[in-house]
Design a protein around this ligand. Structure first.
Ligand code: NAD
Length: 484
């Protein structure tokens, strides 16, 4: 593969070639909008069509490649990502704005995900059973689906592409990836690593570009068999409708309005740390962020005082500065949305205890102080709609029963947490929280890579991602009847 001249602008990878786009996307640093992190090609709809055709052409051979070849590719990708963790962590921090420590952690997560699915290629399972008809045997085996379109958001620009690409390739599918327009850098780096690791041409294609063009082609093109999407509820709903109308398999991971319940018997330090981390780290830009803190009366005031103290001490600033704890908001649009919700919260009668201010950094960036509302009710818009920024609310409740009811009174169902020292309450919450993931004495955000990820209600649709559960989406089952 010709690796010359692929980085100015960073080109798309289509059918094993680095291809120029129809236009160029200047990827800017949200901590310093004067700084261009890199120039990235923006694909046209035609480019997307060619990528899809290339993936289709590559599918027969790749789907018949043995587990060893797939294992070796994924293992090599895992190793190469880990070897470049510092450099890629810096790139991620510069294009998305999370702190260097968080960004490096996310890069390592991408490496671990590829490592996990390298192992999965060798864990071939199936059934051989006797038919109810004498002399006939039945096999049940999983096969690759075909060509998978992957559409990803900006907030985990390396981990989310990784946790979709790795299982897709592991189970013998070909891939067309469209990353978010705001964060093409990490997706491009994965494409480069896959190319260097020897992915056969057409098996993996990168088409950076707009949702309305490249994304739309992925959804509508009949050669795409399945779509895995992560992003907002609004786009997700449209993705599902478009795919279902065309009988494509579809998986959606969308928003959250995740509750963290804090009971009177909680360890205060644990509860405050869970809230601080879960609601505000990564600038609150996590689908699993604890945006609703549901706190019982007996601990409410102590909890609010302790959390406010910690919030006011948080250092907001340049993600590359090791002292920074909260990086910038990802872009102007998201910043406006956060500020709009701070205004809405005030208008709804909630008390803004701290934060919600724009602050000047050393460089022109989208810096906002973390905001905490008290005196809120679960009916307020700030408690019903996903804000996706460093904004959290406290809802005071009488007891555990009310806390559980409020926690479940939401259109979302991704993650739910509880801080308590009561095993009985923790167990009850684990069983009765209407969420795909439950955390006890842990932040609602922060998950493992070998266990299923996903939610209920408006948060998710279709099979789970990650771990062995990823197989449900990325394979199809074949039942064969054999008479000797
Ligand atoms: P978004 O919905 O705006 O965009 C997601 C992706 O869809 C992007 O690649 C975008 O270009 C593409 N897209 C946009 N319009 C499209 C169209 N018409 N056709 C096809 N594709 C289109 O979301 P975002 O702002 O990038 O990400 C933030 C959202 O993602 C938040 O709501 C957050 O909760 C959610 N999220 C969910 C999870 C999860 O696993 N549940 C994880 C991370 C982020």
């Amino acid at each position: 593969m010709d690796m010359r001249n692929i980085t100015d602008p960073h080109r798309n990878l289509i059918d094993g070639e680095w291809v120029e786009g129809a236009s160029v996307n200047e990827n800017r640093n949200p901590a310093n909008t004067d700084e261009v992190v890199g120039r990235y090609a923006r694909a046209s709809r035609d480019d997307a069509r060619r990528a899809i055709a290339a993936a289709r052409a590559a599918f027969p051979e790749w789907s018949r490649s043995g587990p060893q070849q797939r294992h070796d590719l994924l293992k090599a990708v895992s190793d190469r990502i880990a070897a470049r963790a510092d450099e890629l962590g810096r790139l991620l921090a510069r294009e998305e704005g999370k702190t260097l420590a968080e960004a490096r952690g996310e890069v390592m997560r991408a490496s671990q995900v590829f490592g996990f699915f390298a192992g999965e290629t060798l864990r071939q399972t199936g059934d051989l059973v006797d038919s109810v008809r004498p002399g006939v045997e039945v096999t049940v085996q999983r096969e690759a689906l075909g060509v998978i379109g992957l559409i990803t958001p900006w907030n985990f620009p390396i981990a989310i592409p990784a946790w979709k690409i790795a299982p897709a390739l592991a189970y013998g599918n070909c891939v067309v990836l469209k990353p978010a327009d705001l964060t093409p850098g990490c997706a491009w780096a994965i494409a480069e690593i896959l190319a260097e690791a020897g992915v056969p041409k057409g098996v993996f294609n990168l088409v950076m570009g707009r949702g309305s063009e490249v994304g739309a082609e992925i959804l509508e093109n009949p050669e795409i068999d399945a779509v895995s999407f992560t992003g907002s509820v609004e786009t997700g709903r449209m993705v599902a409708e478009t795919c279902v109308a065309r009988m494509k398999k579809v998986q959606l991971e969308m928003g959250g309005k995740n509750p963290l319940v804090v009971l009177d018997d909680a360890d205060l330090d644990t509860a405050v740390d869970c809230a601080l981390n879960g609601a505000f780290f990564s600038t609150g830009q996590r689908c699993t962020a604890s945006s609703r803190l549901i706190v019982t009366e007996g601990i409410h005031d102590r909890f609010v005082t302790a959390l406010t103290e910690k919030l006011e001490a948080l250092k907001v600033g340049d993600p590359l500065d090791p002292a920074t704890q909260i990086g910038p908001v990802v872009d102007e649009g998201q910043l406006e949305q956060n500020r709009r919700y701070v205004k809405i919260g005030r208008e709804e009668g909630a008390t803004l205890v701290c934060g919600g201010e724009l602050i000047e950094g050393a460089t022109p960036g989208h810096f906002m102080t973390p905001a905490l509302f008290t005196n809120t009710t679960n009916e307020m818009r700030i408690n019903r709609e996903e804000i996706f920024g460093p904004v959290a609310t406290v809802i005071k409740v009488a007891d555990y029963d009310e806390a559980l009811r409020v926690a479940n009174d939401t259109g979302f169902g991704l993650s739910a947490g509880i801080c308590t020292t009561s095993l009985g309450r923790a167990s009850h919450f684990r069983r009765h929280a209407e969420a795909g993931m439950v955390m006890v004495n842990l932040p609602t955000a922060g998950v493992d890579y070998h266990t299923p990820f996903g939610g209920r209600k408006g948060s998710s649709y279709g099979p789970r991602e990650q771990g062995q559960y990823a197989r449900e989406f990325y394979t199809t089952v074949k039942t064969a009847y054999i008479k000797a």
